[in-house]
Design a protein around this ligand. Structure first.
Ligand code: NAD
Length: 503
């Protein structure tokens, strides 16, 4: 049943029914399992969604497989797949304010972020991959046979869609992550079963309504809500799913990689991070100090590339760390519907426990807070933006991903050690370097083991730029032209030609 919820500032948010989208139809899950939807700003339950079981996932995968094999889908012109994505982009633009309100309700992030970051990214990704749909190309190859049998050997390659894609997404950018899987999959001719995070599924369900309105063929995009260990695992284990496109934690990514090995499924894994922000003594501190704060605090630190280890040259350590702490102290926490709010709540009680526990362990091991260090004394999962100093590389807080608004500031005593300090982590997702000297910036960038290195900025993501992680931050790249490799297989066609009159 759909319902509407009122929020401060007169915002009325329509909540989609918690059903499953399978083969172009909304249906109830086969079992009776339901998952409570909790508003993280109030800790109140606001709705329920279906907890799909393996049987529901099977129906969704079968539908995606049928559509993938259908003449309609196989013969659809690439330009027309692109047009479907463009239609979806137009519908999301039309309903951007409604979708942004729903994202803010479900995830907690400020409305201006939902509207100006999440919705814009979503529309951009649809347009970007809509354009790619007609640009799949292979290669023509001349061969050098070992023998001369009078024939001429030639080959070409073509890119074939992998088949049914299982998309599994986290809760920090729910709609954006859903589109990040759906857009390249459809552009390159795959069909999809998407399982959003059980912590934030509402905008993905609303997306399902727009998918139907856009006239996307039944079964091409299916949405099953549910728990990871049940619905997610069933998707990973299903023999008709040829590829898993996963974004989430490293621990889950490792389980998915192990399970995918059995059927040799293709995987892309976008996982956790512990990204360094590196501020050199010659940086423009008027930009670097807010830049370092901006690297960690937006989305309440729940960003995979958040700059959670802040390395500062010793001569400017006090100025930069205190500057970042002063910004943290000023940030206004509150309901995402309050126009003054700069930071929303953490997503859940579980995330609050994790963030509080890691900060407490850091303090027990000798770290000291320059700002924050505790949750706010009110309902809602609000955690004060926190700057810690006095950390050492072997502490849990320096090594584990917090996924909260918490940064550990550490001095650099010898710039020749930066490579070692920055790379002293199991992760390799992002990094930023702040300096006025581009010689240093570029040479240092090439020493950092990370999928993305930013110079004098942080967290600039663009669908045109390949994104992904090194080491335990993942496998493969999404975005940009690299997504072609992620969603297609190469087929080589090799031929022998012989016609004496033509040589
Ligand atoms: P999570 O791993 O707990 O869950 C992610 C998704 O996986 C959810 O949909 C969940 O239901 C599902 N899942 C859980 N167990 C599963 C299993 N056994 N089989 C299949 N699916 C399963 O992660 P989260 O807490 O939702 O998200 C936070 C994490 O995501 C952080 O570590 C963050 O760094 C990472 N993240 C990475 C990126 C990136 O692009 N690298 C982006 C955003 C978030």
């Amino acid at each position: 049943m759909q319902q509407t919820i009122e929020r401060p500032g007169g915002a009325a948010v329509r909540i989609p029914a918690g059903r499953l989208l399978i083969d172009g139809q909304w249906r109830d899950a086969i079992g009776s399992g339901r998952i409570a939807v909790v508003d993280p700003a109030t800790e109140q339950q606001i709705a329920e969604i279906a907890a799909a079981t393996a049987a529901d996932v099977d129906l969704a995968v079968q539908a995606a497989h049928r559509t993938f094999e259908s003449t309609l889908w196989q013969k659809m012109r690439p330009l027309d797949r692109g047009r479907l994505l463009e239609k979806l982009a137009l519908l999301i633009e039309r309903d951007a304010e409604e979708l942004a309100r729903l994202e803010t309700l479900d995830n907690g992030k400020p409305y201006f972020v939902s509207k100006n970051v999440d919705m814009r990214f979503t529309v951009d990704a649809l347009r970007y991959y809509g354009g790619w749909s007609s640009k799949m190309a292979g290669e023509y190859l001349t061969l050098s046979p070992f023998f001369d049998d009078g024939g001429t050997y030639r080959a070409y390659t073509e890119r074939r869609p992998v088949g049914v894609v299982g998309g599994i997404t986290p809760w920090n950018f729910p709609l954006g992550q859903a589109i990040q899987k759906i857009a390249p999959a459809i552009a390159f001719g795959c069909t999809v079963v998407l399982k959003p995070s059980e912590e934030a599924s509402l905008t993905t369900l609303r997306l399902g309504e727009l998918i139907l309105e856009a006239g996307i063929p039944d079964g091409a995009i299916n949405i099953v809500t549910g728990y990871g260990h049940e619905a997610g695992q069933a998707l990973v284990d299903h023999s008709l799913v040829r590829k898993i496109a996963f974004t989430g934690s490293t621990v889950t990514g490792q389980k998915i990689l192990a399970a995918s090995a059995v059927q040799m499924k293709r995987v892309t894994l976008e996982l956790g991070g512990k990204s360094p922000t590196i501020v050199l003594a010659d940086a423009d501190l008027d930009k670097a100090i807010p830049g370092a704060a901006n690297a960690i605090f937006p989305n309440s630190g729940q960003v995979c590339t958040a700059g959670s280890r802040l390395f500062i040259e010793a001569s400017i350590f006090d100025e930069v760390s205190k500057g970042v702490a002063a910004i943290a102290d000023e940030l206004k926490l509150g309901s995402g519907f309050d126009t003054e709010t700069q930071l929303g709540p953490l997503i859940s009680a579980r995330q609050m426990e994790r963030v509080s526990g890691l900060v407490a362990s850091g303090m027990e091991e000798g770290a000291e807070p320059l700002s924050g260090g505790a949750r706010e004394d009110r309902s809602g999962y609000f955690y004060r933006p926190t700057v810690l100093t006095g950390g050492r590389a072997n502490m849990r807080i320096s090594r584990e991903e917090v996924f909260g608004p918490v940064v550990l500031a550490m001095p650099i005593h010898d710039v020749r050690q930066i490579k070692t300090l920055a790379n002293d982590t199991v992760y390799g997702l992002g990094a930023s370097i702040w300096t006025k000297d581009l010689n240093k910036a570029h040479l240092l960038a090439s020493q950092i083991d990370a999928g993305t290195v930013w110079i004098n900025t942080h967290n600039i993501l663009d669908t045109a730029v390949p994104f992904g992680g090194a080491k335990l931050s993942g496998i493969g790249r999404e975005f940009g032209s690299e997504a072609i490799n992620a969603y297609t297989e190469t087929r080589a066609v090799c031929m022998r030609l012989e016609a004496p009159e033509f040589g």
